[in-house]
Design a protein around this ligand. Structure first.
Ligand code: SF4
Length: 153
């Protein structure tokens, strides 16, 4: 995917920004820009007026589908009500994303350490079969939560 976008003078990350900006259903986004290189890349993407082609959009759509199980959309009302114990699923998945997706262990730990007492214990006792069936992202919730707790706890 990256090579196709590079041929058009933008990176895959810039293409992701562009597809969001071109979507009339999205009013704003919050994009982390922890350094000047990323800030500059985002500015370049904003100034690049070349629109995405239909093929670009299809590529991004396919990429989104293929990587969906690695991204929690934050719809906690779906999965957390399908688990018999109190488990802050989306918060723990966000910790996991900070640690493993963004490489920001400090951010992951600072959120992880605010989880309610007993949450970690519940992670290992809960049954996630119903939650996993209803998750629109098809995340292997139990496996990812346990890995996050073992890593950050
Ligand atoms: S249902 Fe899936 S995507 Fe939504 S918050 Fe729960 S784990 Fe994340």
């Amino acid at each position: 995917m990256t090579e196709n976008f590079l041929k058009k003078d933008y990176t895959a990350e810039q293409a992701k920004l562009k597809v969001v900006w071109e979507n009339p259903h999205i009013a704003s986004i919050c994009s982390a820009m922890p350094n000047m290189t990323i800030l500059q890349a985002n500015i370049d993407a904003a100034l690049n007026k070349q629109r995405l082609s239909e093929n670009d959009r299809q590529r991004l759509e396919q990429y989104a589908q293929e990587t969906a199980p690695g991204y929690c959309a934050g719809c906690a009302h779906i999965c957390e009500s399908a688990v018999d114990l109190d488990v802050p699923i989306s918060d723990i998945l966000r910790c996991s994303m900070y640690a493993h997706g963004y490489g920001s262990r400090d951010m992951a730990l600072s959120l992880f350490n605010t989880l309610p007492a007993g949450a970690q214990e519940n992670v290992f006792k809960a049954d996630y079969s119903k939650a996993e069936k209803s998750c629109p992202q098809k995340i292997q919730i139990g496996r990812v939560l346990k890995r996050a707790c073992e890593d950050l706890g």
